[in-house]
Design a protein around this ligand. Structure first.
Ligand code: TYM
Length: 337
């Protein structure tokens, strides 16, 4: 097993990132056997596809590294690095640009959402972003890519690119790239905004009340849960009763994911109760899970020296692993180095 995944170091790590992806990263790391390897990275090269402040990106990259360690990523067991220190990512992206089709990229919903009506003014990097994401995983022959539901389409594209490259430039017995499988949690594939149950919880939502950040204080977390949008009905005892109640379903989903349970079991316990009773229980559970992570994060985030050392070591291991696949890709394309 080769597990590879990344997160953009923009904004704070939020509950959606944690339940949708990072918690699975930690689980996969913890269950790994001797023949497996986990690589987790900060997608700082992706972050320049939108307008950004260089000093802020630098700071956020180190902070996100601290957040991942606080969540349980152990740099002694997983390879933790930032893309910018591993130039093979950008190199392979260029090679894969020859294989990716404009039509494929045009269909990416994230491109459509982020470019909006201003496609002419969007950066070329935003358009080719999914090719870099394909390079990120193909470079290491990833077999499993733990992500939230919103990254599924990008992973399918990575498979398409790998398949076409193998077909065009390799033989069946000696493919250059492994086709990666997305690994999406059943229980928390898509955590929604606390203000609008039809929008995903996101770093880029202008309202901070829409998300729980890892950096929030205990009071902030409790306030956000208290103010989360709901409806006047009590919770039903069966899942079917949550149909058409997106916000209620989201809070039950979050509760279940945090408790390591499932929505049906949560409803069996809280069915018939109103949000006045359910929300304090949710807030308490949330704080019990996130508080220890936040405390570790606060203790680590300003330890610049340790964080730099972790990322430098990870990058050196990643560069070494990336070498052979990149060589094969150059050779397959007839590029002499
Ligand atoms: P990013 O930084 O937006 O999010 C990091 C991870 O968190 C998941 N996630 C969510 N899961 C459930 N509910 C939510 N509301 C939610 N919001 C975010 C994402 O699915 C993701 O797994 N393009 C990627 C980063 C990336 C990457 C890669 C991922 C770059 N290269 C290669 C995997 C493999 C991104 O912007 O994720």
């Amino acid at each position: 097993m080769r597990v590879v995944s990344g997160i953009q170091p923009t904004g704070n790590l939020h509950l959606g990132n944690y339940l949708g992806a990072i918690r699975n990263w930690v689980r996969m790391q913890d269950e790994m056997d001797a023949d497996s390897e986990c690589l987790f990275f900060l997608a700082d090269l992706h972050a320049i596809s939108m307008s950004h402040e260089p000093a802020e990106l630098r700071r956020a990259t180190l902070e996100m590294a601290a957040a991942l360690v606080a969540c349980g990523i152990d740099p002694d067991r997983s390879i933790l690095f930032n893309q910018a220190q591993v130039p093979q990512h950008a190199e392979l992206q260029w090679l894969l640009n020859g294989t990716a089709r404009m039509g494929w990229l045009n269909r990416m919903t994230q491109w459509k959402d982020k470019a909006g009506k201003n496609r002419e003014g969007a950066s070329a990097a935003l358009f080719t972003y999914p090719v870099l994401q394909a390079a990120d995983v193909l470079l290491y022959q990833a077999t499993h890519v733990p992500v939230g539901e919103d990254q599924k389409q990008h992973l399918e594209l990575a498979r398409d690119i790998a398949q076409k490259f193998n077909n065009d430039f390799a033989t069946e017995d000696a493919p250059v790239f492994t086709l990666p499988d997305p690994y999406i949690p059943e229980d928390a594939a898509r955590i929604m905004s606390l203000r609008d149950g039809t929008k995903k919880m996101s770093k880029s939502d202008p309202s901070d009340m829409s998300r729980i950040n890892l950096t929030d204080t205990t009071d902030e977390m409790a306030q956000k849960v208290k103010k989360a949008k709901t409806d006047p009905e009590p919770l039903p005892s069966e899942l079917a009763g949550l149909e058409g109640r997106a916000e209620a379903l989201n809070l039950v989903t979050i509760f279940a994911a945090l408790a390591g349970s499932n929505p049906q079991a949560v409803l069996a316990e809280y069915g018939g109760q109103g949000f006045g009773q359910f929300k304090p229980a949710l807030a308490e559970l949330l704080v019990s899970v996130l508080e220890p992570i936040r405390d570790r994060f606060v203790a680590l985030k300003d330890d610049r020296e340790s964080l730099d050392a972790i990322l430098a070591r990870g990058a050196s291991q990643a560069r070494e692993l990336a070498g052979p696949t990149l060589d094969q890709a150059y050779t397959a394309l007839g590029l002499v180095r």
